[in-house]
Design a binder for this molecule. Sequence first.
Ligand SMILES: *[C@@H]1O[C@H](CO)[C@@H](O)[C@H](O)[C@H]1NC(C)=O
Ligand SMILES: *[C@@H]1O[C@H](CO)[C@@H](O)[C@H](O)[C@H]1NC(C)=O
Ligand SMILES: *[C@@H]1O[C@H](CO)[C@@H](O)[C@H](O)[C@H]1NC(C)=O
Ligand SMILES: *[C@@H]1O[C@H](CO)[C@@H](O)[C@H](O)[C@H]1NC(C)=O
Ligand SMILES: *[C@@H]1O[C@H](CO)[C@@H](O)[C@H](O)[C@H]1NC(C)=O
Length: 247
Amino acid sequence: MATQRMLFLMSLSLLLHLWAAEAAAGHTEEAQAQALLRWKSTLLNSSSLSSWSYAAPTCSWYGVTCDDHGRATQLRLTESNLNGTLDALYSVALSSLTVLQLYDNNLINTIPVNISLFLNLVTLNLGGNNFVGPIPYQFSKLKHLTDLDLSINMLSGPIPWSLSMLSTLELLKLGQNNLSGGIPEELGALHSLEVLDLNSNSLCGPIPTSLGQFSMLVWLDISGNHLSSTIPFELGNLTSLVYIDLS
Ligand SMILES: *[C@@H]1O[C@H](CO)[C@@H](O)[C@H](O)[C@H]1NC(C)=O
Ligand SMILES: *[C@@H]1O[C@H](CO)[C@@H](O)[C@H](O)[C@H]1NC(C)=O
Ligand SMILES: *[C@@H]1O[C@H](CO)[C@@H](O)[C@H](O)[C@H]1NC(C)=O
Ligand SMILES: *[C@@H]1O[C@H](CO)[C@@H](O)[C@H](O)[C@H]1NC(C)=O
Ligand SMILES: *[C@@H]1O[C@H](CO)[C@@H](O)[C@H](O)[C@H]1NC(C)=O
């Protein structure tokens, strides 16, 4: 009798556990679907996102990749004719995102500071859009970032020195914007950097000697700026380099 009751209690607690786990997963998926659909509703041309609807599970939507728990980890919407802003994208329900890839769309306005709250991002690519205004210095909070591509927009203001805190960064592309000021000396702290592309901006001042510290750098393009013409002796230390354009 006692064993039977114990078995009953054990299976009851197991059922409750399963039910709770399922409810939690369902909650996550519903919240992330809501968040993505809310952003979609702010876009002017979302015909490429026709699969984004409650009719199908979120993880099957165009451009969305999930982990085993059904959490959206990647949003890859390259060349998808997206017209609108990123203002409505941030939601805590999407905090598992590791990849935000929106290259070559028609996105406008400033880059919202709250994109820096996607703390798990490894890849952030907003290149080839029409973003204006500053690069949020709060991007320094993205401690797992390896690829940051904001090239081919209309961003202005300085390159935030705080980007030097992204110690895992391997690729930094800010070319073809309207960035001004100097190249921050602090960037020399990016020990894992392999690609640094700052071409065609309005950068001025000296080429920092700290750039000689990039032992992994294979690609350096700082052409098309107003930098002083003296090439620091220290650049001779860039032994991995295969491409350099300082013109
Ligand atoms: C989307 O943006 C492109 C480029 O800015 C523009 O030519 C097109 O008319 C826009 N489409 C809509 C629906 O706003
Ligand atoms: C809207 O996007 C579709 C493909 O996603 C594209 O064929 C169409 O030209 C776009 N319309 C406008 C007005 O931008
Ligand atoms: C994110 O930032 C944008 C632009 O500042 C703002 O409109 C939006 O309300 C913010 N989203 C959240 C969830 O705070
Ligand atoms: C570039 O930025 C400067 C200010 O730094 C501004 O005066 C100029 O209008 C901007 N140019 C473009 C094309 O946005
Ligand atoms: C460059 O390498 C030389 C040795 O070849 C070393 O003495 C110097 O400190 C290095 N400079 C930088 C900026 O790393």
